[in-house]
Design a protein around this ligand. Structure first.
Ligand SMILES: [Zn+2]
Length: 382
């Protein structure tokens, strides 16, 4: 296209039908009386953004650290570690391809087809990430309803599994009904159906709400988070997916790994977004109160395998649990985490598995990382 910066509506032009673009408008040369003039123009078509396979993440280039002549400070080194742990998982995710999942989706009439599509696509991706650990076609039934329908969700899961969801309703009924259009929402992994499929559920926002899928930073990691729980059930702790036995994984690892991996996978192409959701997790009010009011090592030690799964996340699993897993990733990468998970199952003890893989007693390690975690909180101003 030739440069015709001077084109203005009403100016004379040379030949009817020729066009010119200027100031974002496309002008056409038209005959007006005896004269040939540029018409008033229409907005020039802009290239449409290409839909990516990951609607949850807006890819932005990872900022390159600016080299400084001075020695890095302790805080700089901690920032590097945050990125190093993120890169370990995000780089695997960037190479992963979506898989074919075996999902049976049971959605209420409140749930729109486009919401189901987003959820399905994200399941396919995260199942692809874990494809060499757990077969992506793991049969999973996903019950999806609106917050206001939490009783329908519970009764559907009771009907499918034959288990009671009284404890579930006890924990989630009142907040779900109190916030039909958010910001509260729930998602979870809840044992198995009678036909042996894993059971996942989501309580989202109703049709009449502004958005059906939560727009907070965290929802961009929720589907990924839940698949991590499915993987935990398959390779580390069968009790999580209704395959019996005692609870093996400590609460801090269960929710911590699901949060850390969910965040890194969900924001794999958006490090700034990742830092925001990491902060969001650490700043969650209930989590933060735990951190401020109690000693960190003691809180983390309390989040063991006996801790209630219904309150684990908000009691610190999502925050300091995720920080602990970040530090495991820094020690021995994704491979170490996977070795740990497999050893939990073979040793039937997460403490034995921890010593085996990381060469240190878990409590000794927790005392050490608790000091670092205090600084991690300070670095983000919490
Ligand atoms: Zn979780």
């Amino acid at each position: 296209m030739s440069a015709v910066a001077a084109v203005k509506a009403g100016d004379t032009c040379k030949k009817a039908g020729i066009t010119a673009t200027a100031s974002g408008k496309k002008f056409t040369c038209i005959k007006s009386g005896k004269k040939l003039v540029w018409n008033k123009g229409v907005a020039a078509a802009k290239p449409k953004p290409v839909e990516t396979a990951v609607p949850e993440a807006t890819p932005t280039p990872t900022p390159t650290p600016t080299p400084t002549p001075t020695e890095p400070t302790e805080s700089d080194l901690r920032q590097r570690d945050i990125q190093k742990a993120f890169d370990e998982i995000a780089n695997i995710a960037k190479k992963a391809s979506p898989a074919n999942t075996n999902l049976e989706i049971i959605a209420s009439g409140e749930i729109r087809p486009e919401s189901i599509k987003v959820i399905q696509d994200r399941y396919n991706f995260v199942a692809g990430f874990f494809a060499d650990l757990v077969s992506p076609d793991l049969p999973v039934t996903v019950v999806i309803g609106a917050n206001a329908e939490i009783n329908w969700i519970a009764s559907k899961m009771e009907e499918l599994s034959g288990n009671s969801f009284a404890k579930f309703l006890n924990a989630f009924e009142s907040p779900s009904k109190g916030f039909p259009c958010g910001p509260y929402y729930t998602a979870g992994v809840s044992g198995k159906t009678k036909s042996g499929r894993l059971l996942n559920h989501y309580a989202l926002y109703g049709k009449s709400c502004l958005t059906q899928l939560p727009s907070d930073e965290n929802f961009q990691t929720t589907i990924e988070h839940e698949w991590v729980h499915n993987v935990q059930g398959k390779i580390a702790d069968p009790s999580m997916i209704g395959e019996g036995g005692q609870t093996l994984l400590p609460c801090w690892f269960k929710e911590g790994q699901a949060s850390f991996y969910g965040n890194a996978i969900g924001y794999r192409s958006n490090y700034d977004g990742y830092l925001k959701v990491r902060r969001w997790n650490l700043n969650n009010l209930e989590n933060r109160l735990q951190v401020i009011n109690q000693n960190l090592a003691g809180t983390l030690k309390d989040l063991d395998e006996k801790f209630s799964p219904f309150s684990c996340g908000n009691s610190g699993g999502y925050s300091i649990g995720a920080l602990a897993v970040e530090k495991m990733v820094l020690m021995k990468g994704h491979t170490g985490v996977v070795d740990f998970m497999k050893s939990v199952k073979s040793e039937q003890s997460w403490r034995k598995a921890f010593v085996k893989v990381y060469g240190v007693e878990a409590d000794v390690w927790i005392d050490k990382i608790a000091i670092e975690m205090r600084l991690d909180y300070r670095d983000i101003g919490l």
